[in-house]
Design a protein around this ligand. Structure first.
Ligand code: NAD
Ligand code: ZN
Length: 342
């Protein structure tokens, strides 16, 4: 089968012919139909420091996908051939305290599809049945292929009560943009999002942001006053990984405000700890998605009118992956989809 492989320990990806993966007793073999490109895939493409430490070579990459079941292992009884499925990219141990307690997103033995084990940018993918998500076939395939990052947005956004609250999101990347729509759907009053990228701020407006501000031109304080807010934001969603964005969030929260941090911060990022202490802020780190509470919420919200389709801005055939990766890395895109069907 064809697969997009990190073949050499250098920048780039290679379209290779590799064997169809083995289907173990507890596994499901999926014929991949659509995939979407994640920031992580861009890091792997460019072979940054994190990738050099993390990715064994050769490795088929990719973890955002949807496809059709074509084979199941002998212990698998509740997955039908032909079914449309997506899947959780975090493969957990199932035996640690958190796994046994149903907090699988907190497993300390997590391995990543397309990072530590063969991924989804391929014609076929094999994953454990416990990682398979049965999709609602009424949801478009390209939206289903984004359930992994959409799940990051949902898990982060729904960390704290949003009904009637004012929400600040830093970073209008694909995940921040989806979080805008989720926060509005969940009943937030104002949703203000910041970035430095006009293309993405415009997408955030289309997804329902009350204000999408370029912090190089407009301050959060200004926006805050203009909206007639007096006490600061109730909930913050850090989705940029940028230190100054994180600092500006901390200084614009109300007393007792709650912040969920998804953005991966630089080591030794300096923040104002005493604002956190004196203003009684809560900070919660977010990794991945809840298995499978987040997946239920994503499905239910889409079924009850949430529309995230505008986050998808580009579509390519898998053979055009170079162009797809170039567009994704340019910052002038939302989600970029690869079609693996003929
Ligand atoms: P992205 O890199 O596409 O988006 C980040 C955005 O932040 C960009 O649009 C960038 O222009 C913007 N930005 C840069 N400086 C800024 C500033 N000073 N103020 C406001 N915005 C600024 O990333 P994404 O795919 O949308 O993911 C969001 C973040 O979440 C990234 O940091 C990513 O690494 C992280 N992430 C974490 C997890 C997890 O499990 N914790 C999972 C996926 C992604
Ligand atoms: Zn575990």
């Amino acid at each position: 089968m064809k697969a997009l492989v990190k073949k050499n320990r250098e920048a780039g990806l290679w379209m290779e012919e590799v064997p169809v993966p083995q289907v173990g007793k507890n596994d499901v073999l999926i014929r991949v139909k659509r995939t979407s490109i994640c920031g992580t895939d861009i890091h792997i493409y460019h072979w940054d420091e994190w990738s050099q430490k993390t990715i064994p070579v050769p490795m088929t990459i990719g973890h955002e996908f949807v496809g059709e079941v074509v084979a199941t292992g002998e212990n698998v009884h509740d997955v039908e051939i032909g079914e449309t499925v997506s899947g959780e990219g975090h493969v957990v141990c199932g035996r640690c305290r958190n796994c046994l307690a149903g907090r699988r997103h907190l497993c300390m033995n997590t391995s990543g599809v397309g990072v530590n084990r063969p991924g989804a940018f391929a014609e076929y993918l094999s994953i454990p049945v416990t990682n398979v998500w049965h999709c609602d076939p009424a949801i478009p395939l390209e939206v289903l292929s984004c359930f992994d990052p959409f799940g990051n947005a949902v898990h982060t956004a729904l960390s704290f009560d949003l009904l009637g609250e004012d929400v600040l999101i830093t970073g209008a990347g694909p995940i921040g943009i989806m979080a805008v729509a989720v926060a509005k759907h969940a009943g937030a009053r104002y949703v203000v999002i910041t970035d430095v990228n006009e293309y993405r701020l415009d997408l955030a407006r289309q997804m329902g942001a009350t204000r999408a501000i370029n912090i190089q031109k407009t301050s959060i304080e200004e926006t805050f006053r203009e909206l007639g807010m007096k006490e600061g934001f109730d909930v913050g969603l850090e989705m940029s990984g940028n230190a100054s964005a994180f600092r500006s969030m901390i200084s614009n929260m109300c007393h007792g405000g709650k912040i969920a941090v998804l953005g991966i911060q630089q080591p030794e990022t300096v923040i104002d700890w005493n604002t956190i202490v004196f203003n009684g802020l809560t900070i919660k780190g977010i990794y991945g998605r809840e298995m499978y509470e987040t997946w239920y919420k994503m499905t239910a919200m889409l079924q009850s009118g949430l529309d995230i389709s505008k986050v998808i801005t580009h579509r390519y055939h898998y053979t055009e992956f170079e162009e797809a990766f170039r567009v994704m890395a340019s910052g002038k895109s939302g989600k970029v989809i690869l079609n693996w069907e003929e």
